[in-house]
Write a protein of this length. Structure first.
Length: 467
């Protein structure tokens, strides 16, 4: 039995499925995509063209060997586009679907076996003889030798401070991508969060409800920084800095080094120093102890996220315009409670003054970003894997424990042979593993590894026959 199951119909699942079709021969590749349109996932399902990619077109792709394909695809739809542009995410969703479609056609022509299942995987059992059984319906199991979990981040859980009444009022929205279901125009919309998802939410809300007052709240009240309109020159001392960072013990000395590098080369844009660290970010993270990681999450994450995960210049301009027109206010405050029904009463403690105040909002939208706390999320499959000891939650709630190549560690501490993850579930292992530049590398490597394992297994069968 040489079948493989890829679970998850988002961009990471699409990348893994396409790479496996191209690289891994023998057996059936099953892609279990759930009920939504395969290939788009959370990020690329949007139809709102104000939702832009936060990576330049030239760095976006689904398969590793791709160069200009996305730019060519976008040019066919929009006319001439440049590699430096930040394009609508919708276009990238179309591109993924076209690219996976092409891989499917090629696989068909080559007589490769594959199946796409519109169900969700609800259970994975380890077979004593090796391999796994993956349940996709009450009475339907797939027997496979390898599984790739590409299930993305968890659905958002309501903040602990939100009352039951508020949750059931219909005025508290947990899915920031579903604003269209609020037919009645609110007078005031309060968005909890000020990261990239919150920015998209604010842009959609400003369009959908042109007369609504918008308020965004997060502990530090920091919106993402903005990308430079054109790519920046790299920092001449980057290599030196990266080597010094890799030799650091702990977060504080790392931050001091980065700050000093920015001061020492004032002619270099600080953003290029941050971008130049991308090749070593995973290594830096892996070099930290759990305590040091905790320290980073508590004290430096907010500034790192805002500086590293920047918004497209056009998004930055729209947000600034909303602020200048007085339509958007951003608060650095802690949400102490959300009570009542429409309108909701949101109690805030302002960071600067520690003063507590209550804001009334007709609609509160939670846009707090990636949730990878698998031990607390309501994801049936992940809950079952944890229960059965096939997976262990990361101690900092950043996905699951895994080996360097993404193989899950079980409750016994042993790698679960043939059970892999890709994308957000590996945050604890790699920290940066959720954007397409990282996902396409991971998908390619995984398929190459599976292919090499198959070749080695066949060789050993051949040897034993010959012997
Ligand atoms: C709003 C937003 C904007 C982003 N913008 C960019 C960008 O511009 N550039 C970039 O490089 N990266 C961007 N990212 C990062 C993004 O996370 C990745 O690019 C990529 O989309 C992640 O895909 P994924 O497949 O891991 O996760 P997801 O998109 O979450 O897809 C996972 C899928 O698996 C499904 N699933 C879950 N459980 C099961 C199950 N048991 N059975 C079957 N299916 C299941 C889910 O329903 C979902 O459809 C963005 C992310 C977000 C959220």
């Amino acid at each position: 039995m040489a079948d493989i199951a890829v679970i998850g119909g988002g961009a990471a699942g699409a990348a893994a499925f396409g790479e496996l079709l191209a690289q891994c021969h023998g057996g059936t590749v099953h892609w279990i995509v759930g009920p939504e349109t395969p290939g788009r996932g959370v990020a690329y399902a949007t139809r709102d063209d104000r939702h832009l990619l936060n990576v330049r077109a030239s760095s976006m792709g689904i398969f590793l060997e791709q160069g200009e394909e996305f730019i060519q695809h976008a040019s066919r739809q929009l006319g001439q586009v440049k590699g430096t542009d930040f394009l609508p995410r919708r276009l990238f969703g179309d591109f993924i679907q076209a690219q996976v479609g092409a891989r499917i056609d090629a696989a068909r022509k080559a007589g490769r076996s594959f199946r796409i299942h519109p169900e969700s995987a609800s259970e994975i059992l380890r077979r004593t003889e090796g391999g796994y059984a993956v349940r996709i319906r009450a009475d339907r199991w797939l027997e496979v030798s390898q599984v790739v979990l590409a299930v993305g981040a968890l659905a958002q859980r309501p903040l602990r401070t939100v009352s039951r009444a508020a949750l059931s009022s219909g005025a508290y929205e947990l899915d920031p991508w579903r604003l269209e279901r609020h037919a009645k125009a609110p007078r005031r919309v309060l968005v909890i969060g000020t990261g990239l998802t919150a920015v998209d939410t604010l842009l959609s809300a400003s369009m959908q409800w042109p007369n609504a007052e918008l308020v965004a709240v997060s502990r530090h009240g920091l919106l993402p920084c903005t990308h430079a309109p054109l790519p920046l020159a790299s920092c001449p001392r980057q290599q030196e800095l990266n080597q010094a960072l890799l030799a650091c013990d702990g977060v504080a000395p790392m931050l001091r080094l980065v700050r000093k590098a920015m001061e020492d080369v004032p002619d270099v844009d600080w953003r290029s120093v941050i971008d130049g660290m991308r090749p070593i970010n995973a290594l830096l993270w892996q070099g930290l102890s759990n305590d040091q990681r905790r320290q980073f999450l508590r004290h430096a994450r907010w500034i790192w996220e805002a500086s590293r995960h920047r918004m497209a210049p056009a998004s930055g301009q729209l947000v600034q315009q909303l602020q200048e027109e007085g339509r958007l206010q951003v608060h650095a405050a802690r949400v102490l409670g959300v009570e009542g029904s429409a309108p909701l009463q949101v109690a805030l403690r302002e960071r600067a003054t520690q003063l507590v105040s209550t804001l009334e909002a007709d609609l509160v939208i939670q846009a707090t970003g990636l949730d990878t706390a698998v031990a607390y999320g309501a994801h049936d499959l992940l809950a079952q894997l944890l229960r059965d000891g096939l997976a262990v939650a990361d101690p900092l709630q950043l996905g699951v424990l895994a080996t360097g190549d993404g193989q899950l560690l079980g409750a016994s501490g042993e790698p679960q042979q043939g059970l892999y993850a890709i994308g957000s579930l590996l945050r604890g292992n790699l920290w940066e593993c959720t954007a397409m530049p990282e996902i396409r590398i991971a998908a390619h490597r995984l398929a190459a590894q599976f292919s090499a394992q198959r070749a080695a297994a066949q060789e050993s069968v051949g040897d034993s026959h010959n012997g």
